[in-house]
Design a protein around this ligand. Structure first.
Ligand SMILES: Nc1nc(=O)[nH]c2c1ncn2[C@H]1C[C@H](O)[C@@H](COP(=O)(O)OP(=O)(O)O)O1
Length: 215
């Protein structure tokens, strides 16, 4: 904790009530009444998923899957699909909602298999992370997965979702290849993917350089 307190802060901010404004099958819109750090009562328009499981910490999982094959460069498994809210395709890590009673690890392996056909092995899970906190309470665990591409099951993977295109992107050229894909067609890249790409560049090519803009 930084211990930072805004000069006008007099109270601990908190939510007072949440009122339904509209609800569909998958999402709902709420008016959130809250007290801000200066002690003022305000409202906020919040979007929530209706599908969040009782006691579940995260709505879904995102999967950073590395495909490892003999005599091939390691590749990150990406998916391209039409996203109705965007009105065009997005480039994302495989992802999906967590089912009732399911762990983040199990959801990640299930979604990876459904969307890409690959069978993976979980090697790490992040804490719960928020996705767009000024709009929504949506959260995700990012799950790191290794895929043994030499395994018979992974030589000719068969997806269960026909409208999801699987794109393999070499890890060492991740940002360059993504930039090329974005130049070729109208497609929006997920922020998590692009930040991962920038992190890879930093780690591969400038490991000792501080990532700051210099005047
Ligand atoms: N906001 C949504 N609107 C819908 O009309 N349908 C939605 C929304 N969110 C999820 N879904 C549906 C679409 C799929 O049939 C299921 C499961 O989605 P899942 O594969 O787990 O997640 P994504 O890959 O992120 O679509 O839910």
């Amino acid at each position: 904790m930084s211990g930072f307190k805004h000069p006008s802060a007099t109270t601990t901010p908190h939510v007072v009530k949440e009122e339904a404004m509209a609800e569909g099958k998958w999402v709902k819109l709420e008016r959130t009444t809250y007290v801000d750090p200066a002690g003022n009562t305000r409202t906020w328009e919040s979007v929530k998923r209706t599908t969040r499981q009782l006691n579940a910490e995260a709505d879904g999982v995102g999967i950073i899957a590395i495909l490892k094959r003999t005599l091939h460069k390691d590749c990150i498994v990406m998916v391209k699909q039409f996203r109705p809210p965007l009105g065009c395709c997005s480039l994302e890590f495989p992802a999906g909602l967590i089912d009732e009673g399911e762990s983040a690890e199990a959801a990640a392996l299930r979604e990876l298999k459904e969307e890409t056909g690959y069978k993976g092995e979980v090697v790490g899970v992040t804490p719960v992370t928020c996705l767009d906190p000024g709009l929504s309470n949506c959260t995700t665990n990012i799950v790191m997965v290794n895929i043994n591409g030499d395994d018979m099951e992974n030589i000719h993977p068969t997806q269960q979702l026909e409208f999801v295109e699987v794109i393999l992107v070499p890890l060492a050229e991740f940002q360059t290849k993504i930039d090329e894909l974005l130049k070729k067609e109208k497609i929006v890249v997920d922020a998590k993917v692009y930040l991962f790409a920038m992190g890879m560049v930093q780690a591969f090519f400038k490991p000792n350089e501080l990532p700051v803009l210099k005047q």
